[in-house]
Design a protein around this ligand. Structure first.
Ligand code: UDX
Ligand code: ADP
Length: 479
């Protein structure tokens, strides 16, 4: 049986749902794509005339939104109506790690996914293909299926005539390159059993993805492949950061080591950049899910193996704040420090699990005064992450009088002001503009002796040293 899908609903207008649906709408003008969310503010931002106000910053996304919005792409809070109209419903809601109860700190909290499944069960009409897009622990599709089927069995509601297929279709996009990842994916993975449903989804992707890149697996393999993919990537980052620490201690340079090992085609050259530690919404959560699953199945050694990837990342982030304090004569109390970058990577406004959060928190705890610069992250988000409100008065106080304000922070767009009278600059996100800083100019503004801590290895070493600044560069023991 072949059915042309003409109407899609995506529940969840976040970093995954928004860009993914925008690209589907762009590539499939014959399909009506409705993105719904319970968060009215977010929906209003997606509908904003000013494309700079979209809730997700992603290079190229604004152009696609301009082309598709109000044509075949629509953002709204009409969850009931849009589910009812849809032949296919994507579940793309957040799945945070549980903070209490069974599996706290490791297992994903599926309350939002479960709520969605119940909404779909209640409102869907006719045959509906339900697709799990959120990163989910293995066997979640089964939970969704049970909720949908039980509703049919026990409901007296008219909608109980609806029938369902459930597929897993994990998203592999990386933030900052999401549009390219969606337009030219390495692969599209579809996990499921029902051929009709698999074909319907494959047909959508085959509008722009070559057929040989659309992989079919059983549903659990698909769910596990997503967790494994992120675990392998995160493991590479922890591995190179571990070697970076060894390089610093021994006089080697992790960039040279990475180049040397990356030319081995079995290892490959990507994902070998030492940094301040991985962030983002997926890596830590997915590994902790694997750890939880492994423990559940009695595989303690497997759980321990993966857990170390996360604990090393944690250690590495705190290691950076400790070495800043050590180099500033053992204390940062009352000292001004300029933070360059708060997002978890460049080209996104997302700060989830950003290394900057732990590093800034440590420094605030030590009494530092932080001037934080990020081209895309708004101060309100930084306040939420640091659990300390921005102290805007810092901006109007002469730099030399700041020492009274220990443990506070403000945002600063102007780099010269952010660096003025600072004892240190710490680069935490690899934004392009930080690689073009005029270090001569900045050095003149700083209090001496002054330090630059480059946790991303993106600044020009020679220019920093020539400007009479002390330099620490992640993984480089040869400076
Ligand atoms: C990741 C996966 O790459 C993607 O496939 C999945 O769908 C979601 O999770 P994302 O978290 O958006 O994507 O970004 P990614 O590029 O993977 O980076 C994750 C973190 O690792 C960032 O903090 C990044 O700065 C860091 N990283 C990455 C490094 O420190 N070094 C590297 O070499 C690569
Ligand atoms: P991701 O990175 O996985 O896209 P986000 O947190 O950016 O995660 O987005 C998830 C979105 O899902 C949020 O905007 C949230 O409001 C939305 N959401 C969560 N639960 C529901 C629900 N039951 N119905 C509709 N939207 C929901």
């Amino acid at each position: 049986m072949r059915t042309q899908i003409k109407n899609i609903c995506c529940i969840g207008a976040g970093y995954v749902g928004g860009p993914t649906m925008a690209v589907i709408a762009d590539k499939c003008p014959h399909i009506k794509v409705n993105v719904v969310d319970i968060n009215l503010e977010r929906i209003e931002a997606w509908n904003s005339d000013d494309l700079n106000k979209l809730p997700v910053f992603e290079p190229g996304l604004d152009e696609i939104i301009k082309r598709t919005r109000c044509k075949n792409l629509n953002f709204s809070c009409d969850i009931e109506e849009k589910i009812r109209e849809a032949q296919m419903v994507f579940i793309s809601v957040n799945t945070p790690t549980k903070i209490k109860g069974v599996g706290a700190g490791q297992a994903s909290d599926l309350k939002y996914v479960e709520a969605c499944a119940r909404q779909v069960a209640k409102y869907a009409k006719g045959h509906t293909i339900v697709i799990e897009k959120s990163t989910l622990p293995v066997k979640t599709a089964e939970v969704i299926k049970t909720i949908l089927e039980d509703y049919q069995m026990f409901s007296t509601n008219d909608n109980a005539k609806a029938t369902f297929d459930v597929l897993s279709n994990p998203e592999f996009l990386a933030e900052g390159t999401a549009i390219n990842d969606l337009e030219n994916p390495d692969r599209v993975l579809i996990g499921g059993q029902n051929e009709f449903a698999i074909n319907a989804l494959s047909q959508i992707y085959s509008n722009w993805v070559p057929k040989n890149k659309i992989l079919h697996t059983n549903i659990w393999s698909s769910e596990l492949a997503k967790l494994t993919s992120n675990a392998f990537l995160a493991q590479r980052v922890s591995s190179i950061n571990a070697i970076g620490a060894l390089c610093e201690a021994t006089g080697a340079d992790v960039k040279e080591v990475a180049r040397a090992i990356g030319t081995d085609s079995r290892i490959g050259s990507r994902f070998l950049d030492a940094g301040p530690g991985f962030g983002g919404s997926c890596f830590k959560k997915d590994i902790l899910n694997l750890v939880y699953l492994s423990k559940h199945f009695g595989l303690v050694e497997v759980a321990n193996f993966w857990e170390v990837v996360v604990s090393l990342n944690n250690w590495h982030q705190h290691r950076i704040s400790r070495l800043v304090v050590k180099n500033l004569f053992g204390t940062v109390t009352g000292k001004k420090i300029c933070i360059l970058g708060f997002a978890f990577k460049a080209n996104t406004n997302d700060t989830r699990e950003s290394a900057a959060i732990n590093i800034c928190k440590d420094l605030l705890e030590e009494g530092a005064i932080l001037f934080i610069n990020d081209p895309k992250v708004v101060p309100e988000q930084i306040s939420k992450d640091l659990l300390v409100n921005e102290n805007k008065t810092l901006k109007s106080i002469e730099s030399q009088n700041l020492f009274n304000y220990e443990g506070s922070w403000c945002s600063e767009d102007n780099l010269e002001i952010a660096a003025s009278n600072a004892d240190a600059i710490i680069v935490l996100t690899e934004w392009d503009e930080y690689s073009k800083i005029d270090w001569d100019l900045i050095s003149k503004k700083m209090r001496k002796p002054a330090w630059v801590f480059d946790a991303r290895s993106v600044i020009d070493e020679k220019k920093v040293l020539a400007a009479d600044l002390n330099l620490w560069k992640v993984g480089n023991g040869s400076i």
